[in-house]
Design a protein around this ligand. Structure first.
Ligand code: HEM
Length: 743
């Protein structure tokens, strides 16, 4: 039995895939008291003092002969490798991919897409594009969504983004685009954002970018979590079936938790308060067993229909509208294991669009063609020519080639031939019927020149389609985002000229931006808006099929004298639906409940009010308790917590005196709150603009409440949970309530 086969036998469960088994050979797990050694294995007696001349009271020179000191410094001096030229900041996790059945076999013979008995190990890395390795997670940017499938026929990489289109059509423009988007050359400013002259200068002069700019400036540019974004392969690939027929294909990942974003003010603040927000969110969810999951879908177009559309299907600045090319869900991707060590896994993982397996191929998409060259090339500069031998990158199937040597070669091939043909028939090319990769025999006709096809010249139909398809509040966010960015451009040539591009998309959009940023307000549309809409462009089209609060972070604000019995009942209800509750109090210690409640030393607070901010939670709950409510009223920080959550459109729940605190101290505008007729002894629930209030809640309420997360439930916790499952209350914003609160 080969090593790979024995590994597969040993690791058959979903969390220990064949790839995890393969990595075991390189994993070291130190135990307490294990000895420290040099890298050549000699035990070290002192790692704190350089070998030197000393007379006991004074130090003389340190000696170059200290091979242990030298090794330690040498190794440290060379710890850094070049960061990725783009997508430098990222976080990754292991998981698996499975198809539901063999329905895709009409398009492809690739077993990874057709064999439902297989569990294919994967590693997925999410990233931002613009910033350096140490930049913040929540900046406005495109997110990378790259997945390596360790299939039995070799590695297949989908190197995609959370946005289905790209800024440019032809790979030759990529260096210009990246130079323009990255920090400016003279002062290396700004970090992790596109709000600067050079980006807007470039996109203003390169109208093919208009569609992607619209997506990046929409809420898609500030995802709430990697777990709540779509993934797209973006480029057009091809599938080949057993009869030799070819289809063009686009790949999609659709998150189980719905597509959801931060609000901009929140994203800005989290950038300072918790720059690792997204990577922590990914790890927290996996460690809590709330494994991120995506449906995997394909859109296919048969070879004969290639030219049947009014856009070119090989143009990466265009989507294939769902109404024209429906999505077929064929499988799912699950991430269920965090990395053991960041550098060897997340930093050294190296993706290539050119990594395809038999049954999957390329198209003549001019962006993809350039990418197929670029990724391999850049991995050589980042990791060295033998990067595919690194544990995270090596396939789980046998690898044998006549490629040899180069820096840091690991594999030892025991053979006296390293070329083909050879007298021993070693490393022989494999015919297609035995699994050898073969390209589709494509007829080509044309003349050689530097040019793009005719349909590549049209740039505004689809940005219009995108804009028209957004919900009203999403349009407002889009306008605000463009205004924010253009306000950061100092050169009037830049911020004034982008209005022309916007006016080719929508007259009202262009006017709204021009007024705010000191552009020239257009008097007539650059071209008429066709008024068409499409499904799947607004995030509203992606609410989870079943409302869920799995893994949502809920802050419970308490001080001494709070109602611990009620709080425990609410917390138990929310936790039973797999939300993650955090108790926030005046100190990270035990908080005393109201008199008469026996809770030993009290309830332990996970954090104190200054240690966290409302931005880091999805919802807030304030229990009852007279003394507790009076203390809350004296804390400006807590009042700010609640007002900020209101401004960020998050669900807020309160009971009893907690409601009085909302009414008398926080004073949320325009919201109906529970009114106690005589006392708080009522469990009637009032839900208004995502604020859920009641007089009392007890264990018996929890029993009748039963946590049904549905729109018309009566219970307090159920109502709260339903509001959380809807992510935010955007009506609060569209009715102008959030604007009235200082936060
Ligand atoms: C459809 C358009 C594109 C998409 C969706 C895309 C996506 C990505 C993603 C997700 C990564 C990060 C991979 C990781 O997590 O390690 C990445 C990195 C990179 N991309 Fe692209 N990209 C696109 C276009 C291009 C083009 C046109 C080029 C060059 C011609 C290019 C060159 C690179 C390079 C050099 C890296 C760094 C790779 C590394 O060091 O590991 N990309 N891209």
């Amino acid at each position: 039995m080969s090593f790979g086969e024995s590994v597969e036998k040993a690791f058959t469960t979903m969390t220990s895939t064949r790839k995890i088994g393969d990595l075991q050979r390189d994993i070291q797990e130190p135990r307490p008291n294990d000895p420290l050694t040099t890298d050549h294995g000699v035990k070290v007696s002192d790692t704190d003092n350089w070998l030197r001349i000393t007379n006991g009271s004074h130090n003389g020179p340190s000696l170059l002969e200290d091979q242990i000191g030298r090794e330690k410094i040498h190794r440290f001096d060379h710890e850094r490798i070049p960061e990725r030229v783009v997508h430098a900041r990222g976080a990754g996790a292991h998981g698996y991919f499975k198809v539901f059945d063999d329905r895709a076999s009409k398009y492809t013979f690739a077993p990874v897409l057709t064999d439902s008995s297989r569990t294919t190990p994967v590693f997925t890395r999410f990233s931002t594009v613009q910033g350096s390795r140490g930049s913040a997670d929540t900046v406005r940017d495109v997110r990378g969504f790259a997945t390596k499938f360790y299939t039995e026929e070799g590695n297949w990489d989908i190197v995609g983004n959370d946005i289905p289109v790209f800024f440019i059509q032809d790979a030759i423009k990529f260096p210009d685009f990246v130079h323009a988007v990255k920090p400016e050359p003279h002062n290396e400013v700004p970090q992790g954002q596109t709000a600067h002259n050079n980006f807007w200068d470039f996109v203003g002069l390169q109208p093919e970018s208009a569609h992607m700019v619209m997506w990046a400036m929409s809420d898609r540019g500030v995802p709430r979590s990697f777990r709540m974004m779509q993934g797209f392969g973006v480029n057009t690939f091809t599938l080949l079936n057993a009869s030799g027929e070819r289809h063009f294909v686009k790949f999609h990942f659709i998150p189980e938790l719905g597509v959801h974003s931060l609000v901009w003010d929140e994203a800005l603040k989290i950038g300072g308060q918790d720059p690792d927000f997204h990577r922590k969110d990914l790890n927290e969810a996996i460690e809590n067993g709330a494994y991120p999951k995506w449906k995997f879908a394909i859109q296919t177009i048969s070879q004969s229909k290639e030219h049947a559309f009014d856009f070119d299907i090989l143009d990466a600045t265009k989507i294939w509208p769902q109404e024209l090319v429906p999505l077929e869900e064929i499988g799912e991707l699950v991430l269920n294991r965090v990395v053991d060590e960041f550098f060897p896994e997340t930093e050294q993982v190296a993706f290539c669009t050119s990594h395809v397996v038999p049954g999957i191929g390329f198209s003549d998409d001019p962006l993809l063609q350039g990418r197929n060259f670029s990724y391999f090339d850049t991995q050589v500069s980042r990791l060295g020519i033998n990067w595919e031998e690194l544990p995270i990158n090596r396939p789980v199937c046998p690898v044998l080639s006549h490629n040899r040597d180069g820096k840091s070669r690991h594999r030892i091939v025991k053979s006296d031939v390293n070329y083909w043909p050879n007298r021993k028939n070693e490393g022989r090319p494999v015919p297609p019927e035995e699994g050898g990769y073969v390209e589709y025999a494509q007829r080509l006709d044309g003349i050689k020149k530097r040019a793009r096809g005719e349909k590549f010249q049209e740039h505004f139909n689809q940005p219009q389609l995108f804009y028209n398809s957004l919900a009203a509040y999403e349009k407002v966010h889009l306008v605000n985002a463009i205004c924010f960015e253009l306000s950061h451009c100092e050169d009037p040539v830049v911020y004034k000229s982008y209005i022309d591009i916007l006016n080719n998309i929508d007259f009202d959009l262009a006017k709204a931006v021009a007024i705010k940023v000191n552009g020239e307000v257009p008097t007539k549309p650059g071209r008429p808006n066709h008024g068409k809409k499409s499904k799947g462009l607004s995030q509203l089209d992606f609410l989870p099929k079943e409302p869920t609060i799995v893994s949502r972070r809920i802050a419970i604000l308490i001080t001494d004298g709070f109602n611990a019995v009620e709080m425990q009942a609410v917390r138990a209800a929310l936790t039973s639906a797999k939300a993650v509750c955090y108790v926030i109090g005046p100190r990270r210690n035990f908080i005393r409940p109201m008199s008469g409640q026996d809770f030993g030393r009290g309830v332990f607070a996970d954090h104190h009010f200054e240690g966290q901010r409302s931005t880091l939670f999805d919802a807030i709950y304030i229990p009852s308790g007279e003394e507790h409510a009076k203390t809350l009223a004296k804390s400006g920080r807590v009042v700010h917590w609640v007002r900020e959550a209101f401004g960020h459109l998050k669900p807020i729940a309160a009971v009893g005196e907690g409601v009085d605190f909302l009414r008398n101290v926080v004073r949320l505008p325009g919201v109906d709150l529970f009114v106690p007729s005589h006392n708080h002894d009522s469990d009637e629930v009032v839900t208004s603009y995502g604020v859920i209030t009641t007089g009392k809640y007890s264990i018996s309420s929890a029993v009748t409440d039963a946590l049904q997360i549905a729109p018309d439930t009566r219970g307090f916790a159920s109502n709260f949970a339903f509001q959380i499952s809807q992510h935010r209350c955007y009506k609060r914003e569209s009715d102008g309530l959030s604007d009235q609160v200082a936060f």
